[in-house]
Design a binder for this molecule. Sequence first.
Ligand code: GLN
Length: 197
Amino acid sequence: MKAGVVAVQGDVTEHATAVRRAAKAHGEAVEVVEVRDSGIVPDCDVLLMPGGESTTISRLIHREGIAPEIRDHVANGKPVLATCAGLIVCSRDAKDDRVDPIGLVDVSVDRNAFGRQKDSFETSIPVKGLSEPFHAVFIRAPLIDGIGADVEVLARIDDRPVLVRDGPVVATSFHPELTDDPRIHDLAFFPETEVAA
Ligand code: GLN
């Protein structure tokens, strides 16, 4: 399996480690490649869209011609895990002129909505499909404030969706790569069976 991590900003090593852990649990070998230019995504089986600053990520994936390749990847039914700023970039509407979202997840988001109340927090949340709660780390996290009919909500906090699936794309407003627990990467890339925390 070839996993591409969109690496226009940071957060790459953590995602690479998490996808390796998830693959190992399934006895699958994984090659992780960093995506900074066009021409790499078409060879990837799965993609990771990390956190960071959505304004910067959005600008660079459009400028480098990566955005249409990510759209094609999803149109071909291949999995994507988008986290935090990655969710903002993949949304239908980010309500911010500085972000040009690619519309792979039929949600609208409010950037930094959780963050305005409190910069970051951690909490354990029940996740649909996982037998034990997941320890979720939120850092200036976006709030999903509008959701399309075909989007499945896999986890909520105070009734607000924080983990969703739209076709082959799983998106989180938290950072699953910042713990040792590979289960959200597993949920995105190996949805058939659950691995241990
Ligand atoms: N609030 C950031 C943004 O708008 C996202 C923060 C994050 O990825 N941790 O891009």
